[in-house]
Design a protein around this ligand. Structure first.
Ligand code: S3P
Length: 175
């Protein structure tokens, strides 16, 4: 497996609006650990935005880039890693994350209800999977994905009514 001394300290998963990016920044600020985000890594790999990848190349192409970004981060990132909300859908990515957990790593499922996700996402959203009818699409996506988030996650945190700093503290206390 991955050497303990050099792998992500914690990986954050969950749907859009669960606070992955904000909580990653809070953990980084509290610990000094570097923060990395697979959406940003995918944009670097592709040389274009997440939306352009979805529109021009399709979701499967995006998931393949995301799998590469996760694999690379697992090998070279010694900090906090925030996943894109759909990264866990890809079976290859699931296998990578399962191995990371088997090696003692922590994948956090940041759970959130629609009522709490909506203001966080804004739902004026640039996210391609939520563009047509954000609230209905988010709810459908969460219902479909919940079993996957639960399967892939090794730590479940319900973020409703918690400030990001409190979520970060809860995660750090569990590591
Ligand atoms: C997606 C979530 C987005 C981004 C892409 C697809 C999803 O990341 O990866 O738009 O399928 O849930 P965030 O969860 O950071 O918004």
């Amino acid at each position: 497996g991955v050497p303990e001394a050099f792998r992500p300290r914690v990986i954050l998963s969950g749907p859009p609006g669960s606070g992955k990016t904000t909580v990653a920044a809070e953990i980084g600020a509290a610990t000094g650990w570097q923060v990395r985000d697979t959406d940003a890594d995918v944009e670097t790999l592709a040389g274009k935005s997440v939306t352009d990848i979805f529109v021009e190349d399709g979701e499967d192409a995006f998931r393949a880039l995301e799998r590469r970004a996760v694999a690379t981060a697992l090998e070279e990132h010694d900090g906090v890693l925030a996943l894109g909300g759909g990264a866990v859908l890809d079976e290859g990515t699931q296998a990578l994350l399962a191995q990371y957990v088997a090696d003692g790593g922590t994948v956090v499922f940041l759970d959130v209800s629609l009522a709490h996700a909506a203001p966080r996402v804004g739902f004026n959203t640039a996210r391609p999977l939520l563009a047509a009818n954000p609230r209905a699409q988010w709810q459908a996506l969460m219902t479909a994905r919940r079993p996957v988030y639960e399967k892939v996650g090794s730590l479940h945190v319900l973020t409703d009514d918690l400030e990001p700093a409190a979520v970060a503290a809860q995660i750090l206390a569990a590591l």
